[in-house]
Ligand binder design. Sequence first.
Ligand code: AHG
Ligand code: MN
Ligand code: MN
Ligand code: MN
Length: 332
Amino acid sequence: NNSALGYSVGVTLDRFIKSKQDDFPFASGELSQILRDIALASKIVNREINRAGLSNISGAFGNTNVQGEEQQKLDVVANIRFCRALTKGGEVCAIVSEEDDEVIDLQNSSGKYVVAMDPLDGSSNIDVNISIGTIFSIYRRVTPVGSPIQPEDIMQPGSKQVAAGYVLYGSSTMLVYTTGRGVNGFTYEQSLGEFFLSHPDMTAPEDGNIYSINEGLKSQVNEGVNNYIEACKERNYSARYIGSLVADFHRNLLKGGIYIYPSTEKAPHGKLRLLYEANSLAFIAEQAGAAATDGKNRILDIIPTSLHQRTPLYIGSRVMVEESHEFLKEAE
Ligand code: AHG
Ligand code: MN
Ligand code: MN
Ligand code: MN
């Protein structure tokens, strides 16, 4: 029986959200609505990903985004699907997306929430059939509802998130999210079109023996990072690096491990973006008892100064993150 899980595994995402309604004291179901909107869009994107090879939506779109990256068709398709679902849901007033240069103002005079998202993470893996993801953060706007969107509504530190989550389009499709009271994982049952609770109350192992870093960066990163990676090798840790942050993060969260995207010569602030990659996963990490820093400071404390700003990211088991800091300090 499922009593050991505390919940019958047959709990759908909708039922779970309703059952946790008391988690949203201020909101009369608006936040729940946004989570439902995101879940709906993820089901549509999941289907498009599964058919990418058969329809003509694999490959490059023919644009370069504000990141200077060549947009993949699925980057654009996913962006449209999530923006459309959030617009229809009616609870969101502004969206920050990796794929849009500027803030998307939904002109929604009753929207109380702002969503920052990476509609498709791991784009380089789309055409080679390796796991990819979606990452999102949800904030309450801080200026009066109905007034024009202001920078302070958008440039909030990660500590102000009211919810965050990711979708992992992997061997199974999962939705993992937190509203600040723990982390719960749902697995998509395609034949029913529903997400079912499969990973209640996810907690990360304190320590681990998996390290995720692009070792091709070795000559570009500071010696503290390289010294830490050497120490991992001396301890016979496992190297696991997929090139999709969501997939590497999810595995490390479940099994214990650390993901590092450090500052490099070419990218002194690292590659990953603060608003819709680092902050979202940092909130989840901390809610699961793990840690997320830029090599020194807590990701969630960083006050954003620009929409697509990047940050170095050290995220995963708390003991591993702390230890990596020691090596960085020694090399300073
Ligand atoms: P995105 O596809 O959304 O631009 O993000 C890709 C990120 C992250 O998912 C991954 O871990 C990292 O880029 C891989 O970067 P490298 O190819 O430089 O290792
Ligand atoms: Mn990208
Ligand atoms: Mn990404
Ligand atoms: Mn992306």
